[in-house]
Ligand binder design. Structure first.
Ligand SMILES: [Cu+2]
Length: 253
């Protein structure tokens, strides 16, 4: 009895990569596993394991391969699959959390030598593969990160909050109690002292870090704040109307 060459296609497998938001971890946003080796014809299924906003988009791929880009996954359990047919090394990231280090690598068959790759320099100006949602691409230059903290006081008149935040590795900030400016459009009225929050902070054009998005630490936030394609604080802007405060208005079933 003999087998003739069994093609890898005959044994194609599906692997799962989780998209994780873990507020207890030093690195809050990550792919798990971050690195995987598969064979040509295998499929990766990215699964969003909680309600948050993640995607997977290639920044370097083997020559001749496509730059993949998933849609933005927001719901718990949302997933996206992609089949890798071209051998080599693929590096990718989550667009909203690139600055926070949410990156991954897929090796298909054998790794590529650098000269066998296309892409590579990470920027948000790819254009060539349909990256059309992001107006002026300012995000690549701005520093932004997510943090968690406990509110001490809210200064509505000056749009500031005083809080104790946990370390923010992406900005090399240690644990600190401080005043932080809050961008226009972020509703502070619903916040109370001793409330635990997650927040998104961004270096503004005037070199001031401002909070551009606030979520209660129980994960509740208004999904209207973070629709891909809008001027979303998770990306680069802060021009949202005061549209939080009414809970999950966008989730009608
Ligand atoms: Cu992400």
């Amino acid at each position: 009895m003999s087998f003739t060459a069994v093609g890898s296609q005959a044994m194609a497998k599906e692997y799962t990569v989780k998209m994780v938001t873990n507020l207890d971890a030093e690195q809050v946003y990550y792919f798990e596993p971050a690195e995987l080796t598969i064979q040509p014809g295998d499929t990766i299924k990215w699964v969003n394991v909680q309600e948050d906003m993640h995607n997977a988009m290639a920044d370097a791929v083997p020559k001749g391969a496509e730059f993949f880009e998933s849609p933005m996954l927001e719901e718990e359990g949302a997933s996206w699959s992609y089949t890798f047919n071209t051998a080599g090394t693929y590096s990718y990231h989550c667009h909203p959390h690139a600055a926070a280090g949410m990156k991954g690598m897929i090796t298909v068959g054998a790794p590529s030598a650098p000269e066998e790759m296309q892409g590579g320099a990470h920027n948000h100006d790819h254009g060539a593969h349909g990256h059309s949602n992001h107006g002026d691409n300012k995000a690549s230059a701005s520093k932004s990160a997510m943090g968690t903290g406990v509110i001490h006081s809210v200064d509505l008149a000056n749009n500031k909050i005083n809080l104790s935040h946990e370390p923010i590795p992406a900005l090399s900030w240690p644990e600190m109690t401080m005043d932080l400016d809050v961008a226009e459009g972020v509703d502070l009225k619903a916040l109370a002292p001793d409330e635990k929050i997650k927040f998104h902070i961004e270096l503004d054009d005037d070199k001031v870090y401002r909070i551009t998005k606030i979520m209660k630490s129980n994960g509740q936030h208004d999904p209207k704040q973070c629709k891909p394609g809008m001027d979303c604080p998770m990306h680069e802007g802060m021009k949202h109307g005061g549209d939080n405060g009414d809970g999950h208005g966008g989730h009608d079933h």
